[in-house]
Design a protein around this ligand. Structure first.
Ligand code: PMP
Length: 451
């Protein structure tokens, strides 16, 4: 094993890696950063199971599931085979005027798995015919699915005779993507609002939800909806877990409060399950913690097991009918790569793996391992909070993390993490075994106590 330069080093390693990293630095823009980046990214050569293999030969246990997506790990034989098999038939055809089996079957399977009144199919209490999310709009990425959800909500309200309902309401601390309308409902302090003030549409915000149920806060939610019912089309939230906005958890009963109040005022309820969907919180969808069915639900990230970019906005028949009836005539959206067959085929394979149910115990065991391993960090200097839910572990610091030093500390433990702000957190692939969970815990501890 060679010793690579530390992150931030300006001298690239010799040979092919050095050339690639030099080209990367010259031409490739990485997320949330300047061009060129302030530090050197780690060059990944391949990934298998829960391990990322770096070009310098090191192997890292992946604590990030590639931003919540790679729930079954890398190079999974079932997912690989689905992709190869589909590529032999067709990789892509346009979706306007054409359709195909991978998209049709995927949509039907999503409808079957999605939350529905009386329990979702995944909890074994499906009551077929109960109101659920019956219609699926496939699109390219999470942010685009949020855009589609907003378009659905605004179009539906307009069609129902409420053209004034054009704003969105949410609670603070959220994150819904990086395109403009999703940005407008991200946390106005922690998000990118200050950068874009005067550009983003002004939405309606209420305080971030407390962890525990608080009657006074619940009343605030209702009051917000009542006060703004003439101008908001929908309330949009991440159910149970606010992810990139701060990795905060809240009592699921708030979702019921939102459901009742939105229903009472004819406002639509959108759940962004892009991060929480497909088992991460211990339920297939976080909405199930509350037994609530939204009017519109966004999914993405883990939909394809992290293989390809694909997302979807699902909606009820009532929403679809409102948009489609009368003069409106349809939803004005249609991405070029809508329903991409490769992505749909691999998504179907991922859902098939989820349907075998092994994820339930895997997520529980990972959660137990994270809880046992991370709890001892509570009270350590610099540590403000430790929290675990489903297969997510979070160590919140009382200061902003030095991202590069913390990442390097985790890498030195053989673990891949991507801390941000005051958070060192992990959401491992569900197939992570106990020993690797213990290693991830060591990586989180090292990152959280660096410096
Ligand atoms: N909503 C939530 C809750 C997310 O976590 C993310 C991605 N971090 C998005 C939306 C945006 O998804 P994408 O990055 O695929 O556009």
């Amino acid at each position: 094993m060679t010793t690579p330069p530390p992150p931030g080093s300006t001298s690239p390693p010799a040979g092919g890696s050095g050339r690639l990293l030099a080209l990367d630095r010259a031409h490739v823009w990485h997320p949330y950063g300047p061009m060129p980046g302030r530090s050197e990214p780690y060059l990944v050569e391949s990934a298998s199971g829960v391990r990322l293999k770096l070009a310098d030969g090191r192997e890292l246990v992946d604590g990030m599931s590639s931003w919540w997506a790679a729930i079954h790990g890398y190079r999974h034989p079932v997912l690989d085979e689905a992709l190869i098999e589909q590529s032999r038939r067709m990789s892509h055809v346009m979706f306007g005027g054409l359709t195909h089996e991978p998209a049709i079957e995927l949509a039907a399977e999503l409808v079957e798995l999605a939350p529905r009144a009386g329990g979702s199919a995944s909890s074994g209490s499906a009551s077929s015919g109960a109101p659920g999310l019956e219609h699926v709009f496939l699109c390219d990425s999470g942010s685009v699915s949020v855009e589609v959800a907003f378009k659905m909500a605004l179009q539906a309200q307009r069609a129902l005779g409420h053209p004034g309902r054009r704003r969105l309401a949410t609670w603070r601390g959220g994150y819904h993507g990086d395109t403009f309308h999703p940005m407008s409902v991200c946390d106005p302090d922690g998000g990118m609002h200050s950068l874009w003030s005067g550009v983003l549409p002004a939405q309606v915000f209420v305080d971030a939800p407390p962890v525990e149920f608080d009657e006074a806060y619940a009343e605030k939610l209702v009051e917000m909806i009542a006060r703004h019912s003439g101008e908001i089309a929908a309330v949009v939230v991440e159910p149970v877990v606010q992810g990139a906005g701060g990795m905060r958890f809240h009592d699921p009963r708030y979702l019921r409060v939102l459901r009742e109040a939105t229903e009472a005022y004819g406002i639509l309820l959108i759940f962004d399950e892009i991060a929480t969907g497909f088992g991460r919180t211990g339920k297939l969808f976080a909405a199930e913690h509350a037994g609530v069915v939204p009017d519109i639900m966004c999914v993405g990230k883990a939909l394809t097991g992290g293989y390809l970019t694909l997302a979807a906005a699902l909606c009820t028949t009532a929403v679809a009918e409102a948009i489609s009836g009368g003069a409106g005539g349809g939803l004005m959206h249609g991405p070029t790569f809508m329903g991409n067959p490769l992505a749909c085929a691999v998504a179907r394979a991922s859902l098939r793996l989820l349907r075998d149910g092994a994820w339930v115990d895997q997520v529980r065991l990972i959660g137990n391992g994270l809880r046992d391993g991370l709890e001892p960090l509570r009270g350590r200097p610099g540590v403000a909070d430790v929290r675990v839910l489903g297969a997510m572990g979070v160590v919140q610091l009382d200061h902003d993390v030095d991202m590069h030093a913390a990442t390097a500390a985790a890498v030195a433990e053989g673990v891949w993490l991507r801390p941000f702000r005051d958070l060192v957190y992990t959401m491992p692939p569900y197939v992570t075994g106990a020993e690797d969970v213990a290693r991830i815990v060591a990586g989180v501890a090292a990152a959280a106590t660096v410096g």
